[in-house]
Ligand binder design. Structure first.
Ligand code: GDP
Ligand code: MG
Length: 162
């Protein structure tokens, strides 16, 4: 079976944009994967040496009431099946409390996590990314999922974990 890479992060950071960028090939979408649901979308990624399955999830919010519990369960399932986690944050908006809550959760998971600062197009990537070192999730990879900048470096970081 293919290694599984899960995309997590709060809503609107660009998870689905990155998912679409990496799975843009014909037949990439996996329609018959066991456990497939509306909130977990699977695609095959064939770039780089090792093919893998990429899982897009709904966003993680830090509100604790029941409304998001279904989405949260989907994220949990994605994290359980993941070999590597891509933790996306929004370089334009900067760090917020949801990012910190997610990083706390991911640390407990004890799986390889790659911090990805997205939306660096048209801004100073170094300055925008520096703040996120405070999350202590390692060296962030700066990308723009909208145009593919930085994605090759990201793919190399993923391959190194597989
Ligand atoms: P998700 O909720 O994490 O899946 O986020 P989406 O992929 O739906 O993206 C949320 C918004 O951010 C959309 O309006 C995207 O067009 C925008 N977006 C995503 N990636 C980028 C990027 O690299 N640069 C910019 N400027 N906008 C982006
Ligand atoms: Mg999405």
């Amino acid at each position: 079976t293919l290694p599984v890479i899960a995309l997590v992060g709060r809503p609107n950071v660009g998870k689905s944009t990155l998912f679409n960028y990496l799975t843009r090939t014909r037949d990439a979408l996996v329609a018959d994967y066991p456990g497939l649901t509306r909130d977990r979308k699977y695609g095959r990624v064939k770039r780089g040496e090792t093919p893998y399955l990429l899982v897009d999830t709904g966003g993680i919010t830090d509100d604790v009431d029941g409304i998001d519990s279904v989405a949260r369960r989907q994220v949990q399932l994605a994290l359980e099946e993941a070999d590597v986690v891509l933790f996306l944050v929004d370089a334009r908006e900067g760090m917020n409390s949801a990012d910190e809550a997610i990083s706390t959760m991911l640390r407990k998971l004890d799986k390889p996590v790659i911090l990805v600062t997205n939306k660096i197009d048209g801004i100073n990537a170094e300055i925008a990314t520096a703040d996120f070192h405070r999350l202590a999730m390692g060296n962030p990879v700066a990308i723009a999922a909208a145009n593919g900048r930085g994605v090759n470096e990201l793919l190399q970081r993923v391959s190194a974990e597989l």
